[in-house]
Write a protein that binds this ligand. Structure first.
Ligand SMILES: *Cc1c(COP(=O)(O)O)cnc(C)c1O
Length: 230
């Protein structure tokens, strides 16, 4: 039900504001990225109509089927790419997305820099860090993050911050604290961390962006848990 989506969205928005207050942080210092992957326009529209403008999708191809029409109706949408990017999708990604959160290797940074120059679209980017060093998970190894941020900057990319997805079933707080420290060392401002299960903790630990899907849009189909299809 789309009315559920709206009620959920209101509850999550209030929870984010509450977490800001609890952490003694200014109201509005955390951006809620509403993660709409796997959900159709009929569930996204109520959130857009409520005035929200920041959304996240994890697959370029899927986003391409939904967002061009939605962006035409709501031109001030900021669409974040939060899933792994293949270099052969860089062109499409730069054309459609407004923020790229998932740079995790030099090859991707180079492809994005070339496309941004070609399309004259300079998007803010995040470097994704594999804080749990999980072999199956995207993200730069922690010890390579500073060098990757430096390489991004040398390519002219606007590195806004770092992003992480802590290992499932582990306490997320140490990962959030680690990302914050790494961001400080890299000299970047923003921290994209925290999802449905742990966004209040992430806000407490300094998140500037929380990426929340399930708590807003409901469960996703079992076939598509947001992992890359390859
Ligand atoms: C799907 C996804 C989210 C949202 O996860 P929920 O647990 O549904 O809130 C956040 N970040 C990334 C990278 C995702 O792929």
């Amino acid at each position: 039900m789309t009315s559920d989506v709206l009620a959920n969205f209101d509850a999550v928005s209030r929870a984010v504001r509450q977490a800001e207050r609890d952490a003694g942080r200014p109201p509005g210092s955390v951006t809620l990225v509403a993660v709409s992957k796997t959900h159709g326009a009929e569930r996204i529209l109520p959130v857009l109509q409520a005035g929200h403008r920041t959304f996240g999708e994890n697959r370029v191809q899927e986003a391409h089927t939904k967002w061009p029409a939605l962006k035409q109706a709501f031109p001030d949408v900021a669409l974040h790419l939060i899933g792994p990017l293949q270099t052969n999708k860089a062109r499409e990604a730069v054309a459609l997305f407004d923020v790229i959160e998932t740079i995790d290797r030099p090859k991707v940074a180079h492809a994005l820099a070339a496309e941004m120059a070609r399309q004259n679209r300079r998007l803010p980017v995040f470097v994704q860090v594999n804080t749990g060093r999980e072999p199956q998970k995207a993200g730069a190894p922690p010890e390579e993050t500073e060098a990757l941020v430096a390489e991004c900057r040398a390519l002219g990319l606007m590195v806004q911050g770092l992003m992480c997805i802590p290992p499932h079933g582990e306490s997320p707080a140490p990962h959030f604290a680690f990302l914050r420290e790494l961001a400080r060392r890299c000299g970047v401002e923003s921290l994209s961390m925290g999802m449905t299960e742990d966004f209040p903790i992430a806000v407490e630990m300094g998140a500037t962006h929380v990426r929340v899907g399930t708590a807003i849009f409901g469960d996703r189909p079992v076939m598509n848990l947001g992992r890359p299809s390859v």
